[in-house]
Design a protein around this ligand. Structure first.
Ligand SMILES: CC(C)(COP(=O)(O)OP(=O)(O)OC[C@H]1O[C@@H](n2cnc3c(N)ncnc32)[C@H](O)[C@@H]1OP(=O)(O)O)[C@@H](O)C(=O)NCCC(=O)NCCS
Length: 169
């Protein structure tokens, strides 16, 4: 049997509950203690830079981007990224990352950061941030703090604390 095709669509207001449930099932209540979640709590994600994966009408995956700053530089925080377990290992995760990153680039953004596994996100162009150059507002394994430059050299000279971007339009 062949896999049913999936589609990647911009997130809409109607998706909020299904995404919340998907993230609850995937990460559990412990997610609120994570540094990335603490940032996202204070700075809502951007629906126009956030995407869902669907098979038919079923929501099977989600990725969100939120505006942050690293020092003075504007950037986006990617996450959470989640795919429903029965639908993993068929490219949905990478398709969600690819769509979010290309849409961010098309809208003029320069940097995307995240906390995650380098072997996975490296395939989508993310690289480890040199230790100490960017600081999350809580404990994070430095090997998991990654950045993707949407413009060549966009991370050159960027350093400092990672915090919500209150001035983002
Ligand atoms: C991580 C996740 C989003 C991947 O989604 P997916 O749709 O299965 O991913 P894809 O199909 O695009 O990619 C699968 C490939 O990535 C690999 N992969 C998956 N998770 C990985 C990880 N943590 N580290 C390294 N490689 C990983 C798979 O082995 C597979 O490799 P292959 O292409 O060589 O066969 C999904 O497993 C998930 O929701 N996990 C739980 C939540 C989570 O951990 N989110 C990320 C937070 S950092």
């Amino acid at each position: 049997m062949t896999d049913p095709a999936f589609t990647i669509l911009p997130e809409t207001a109607d998706d909020a509950l299904a995404i919340e449930r998907l993230n609850e099932r995937t990460f559990g209540p412990g997610r609120y203690a994570k540094s990335a979640y603490r940032l996202r709590e204070r700075m809502p994600h951007r629906p126009e830079l956030s995407f869902t994966a669907r098979i038919g009408t079923l929501l099977v995956g989600s990725v969100r981007l939120s505006p942050i700053r690293i020092g003075e530089a504007q950037a986006l925080l990617l996450g959470p990224l989640t795919v429903e377990p029965p639908f993993r290992e068929r490219g949905i995760g990478h398709a969600l990352i690819g769509r979010a990153v290309s849409e961010a680039k098309a809208k003029g953004h320069r940097l995307v950061v995240l906390v995650g596994d380098e072997p996975y996100y490296g395939k989508s162009g993310f690289k480890r941030i040199p230790k100490g150059r960017a600081r999350m507002p809580g404990p994070v394994d430095p090997a998991r703090l990654l950045v993707c430059e949407l413009v060549d050299g966009a991370f050159d000279g960027v350093s400092g604390p990672i915090r919500p971007d209150w001035s983002a339009p």
